[in-house]
Write a protein that binds this ligand. Structure first.
Ligand SMILES: Cc1ncc(COP(=O)(O)O)c(C=O)c1O
Length: 364
């Protein structure tokens, strides 16, 4: 009889060796960790939208009569609505189960074992994760001290194995954007350039209109952040038309479930509410930045996103992270070569910022 050890031997060795992604925990689990009621938890670790989704989304989800049927595999209604939202023809658009799925699909389309993918750390961890799962190799070209990307080093690193580069703009966790000029320089190379605009609605800066002019440019977006739909998993990409054809072919047929499609469609119908929450988050980001900058033991980085990166100058980031946790405030802690003693704090409601600042003053 085959044993668990035999099965272990069948598993791809590179997957055994790969580093697991560190996801964030849901509020109920966080509240159990610290024995604080769930409703008291202040969750500033996932760049989620503290105002939640539109009330119209909740109503449409309650009213939907089609959960027993498979969703439209071609996502026609959603892609048409996205055409209106983006101003780009639906022929260029494909939706995914979160932009995470689209990152994975792009890599599955281009990466064979031995191929390489460039990322620019510190950045979003899913680029490495999905490259590893596809059997590709990640070539990391670290960002400069101001978190801008090192274009000359990237160009030098490109060789025949290089297929794809990922640039998050705004970047997670640094919050800065990459200029159109820099992206144009990268587009002149022979590789696929993925600009991940997960936080576009908070920066207002996009290169999406360039997709129809460059056959190697992809722009990824999500409903997780601005629309408050992180739990429903819906993102989309703007791709050169010939890539849409192949992505449509290799994706799971019903990759965006009915609830996600209904919620995304309804969000796009309630832009006045959602623009209000985006503006509230942007205003609060600027207020939080001012408040955090008043703490002389923090270095605060400007952000065009819905989170703020801070480096803790007294070396106590871990203690502060833990101290905040004990008070029910969850933020993201980093201690990597590029992010020594750093905290990334999502922008919440004004009362969350006030609680955060009070807690930081008490801890330090
Ligand atoms: C830069 C970036 N891209 C993509 C994602 C994933 O978004 P989604 O929820 O659509 O999978 C995130 C989530 O934190 C992110 O920070």
């Amino acid at each position: 009889m085959i044993t668990p050890e035999d099965i272990e031997r069948l598993i791809r060795p590179e997957l055994k060796a790969m580093k697991a992604y560190t996801p964030i925990e849901p509020t109920d689990i966080l509240s159990q960790h610290i024995d604080i009621p769930q409703e008291k938890v202040i969750k500033l670790d996932g760049n989620e939208n503290p105002y939640g989704c539109s009330a119209m989304v909740k109503q449409a989800l309650a009213d939907c009569a089609h959960y027993h049927l498979y969703p439209d595999p071609e996502q026609r209604e959603l892609r048409k609505a996205l055409e209106e939202y983006t101003g780009i023809s639906s022929k260029y658009i494909l939706a995914g189960s979160g932009s995470d799925e689209l990152i994975d699909l792009v890599l599955r389309l281009f990466i064979e074992p031995g191929d390489s993918v460039i990322d620019c750390p510190p950045t979003f961890g899913m680029y490495t994760f999905s490259t590893d799962v596809c059997g590709g190799k990640v070539v990391s070209i670290p960002r400069k001290q101001d978190f801008s990307i090192a274009v000359a080093a990237i160009k030098e690193a490109i060789n025949r194995q290089t297929k794809v580069i990922f640039i998050a703009s705004p970047n997670n966790p640094s919050g800065n954007i990459t200029s159109k000029q820099t992206i144009l320089e990268l587009l002149n190379s022979s590789i696929v350039v993925v600009i991940d605009e997960a936080y576009f609605e908070f920066s207002g800066v996009t290169v999406a209109p360039l997709v129809s002019k460059y056959s190697n440019l992809i722009v990824l977006r999500t409903f997780s952040k601005w629309a408050g739909l992180a739990g429903l998993r819906v993102g989309y990409g703007i791709f050169p038309i010939n890539m849409v054809k192949y992505l449509m072919k290799i994706k799971q047929p019903y990759n965006v479930n009915t609830a996600a499609q209904v919620a995304a469609l309804e969000s796009l119908k309630d832009m006045s509410y959602l623009r209000g929450t985006i503006n509230a988050i942007i205003d609060e980001r600027d207020r939080m930045l001012t408040k955090l900058s008043q703490l002389d033991w923090l270095r605060v980085y400007p952000s065009q996103s819905n989170f703020i990166l801070c480096s803790v100058l007294n070396g106590k980031a871990k203690t502060i992270h833990k101290g905040l946790q004990n008070k029910g405030i969850f933020v993201r802690y980093f201690d990597t070569p590029q992010l020594k003693d750093c905290l990334r704090i999502s922008v919440g409601k004004p009362e969350h910022t006030d609680a955060l600042i009070a807690a930081l003053n008490e801890i330090c």
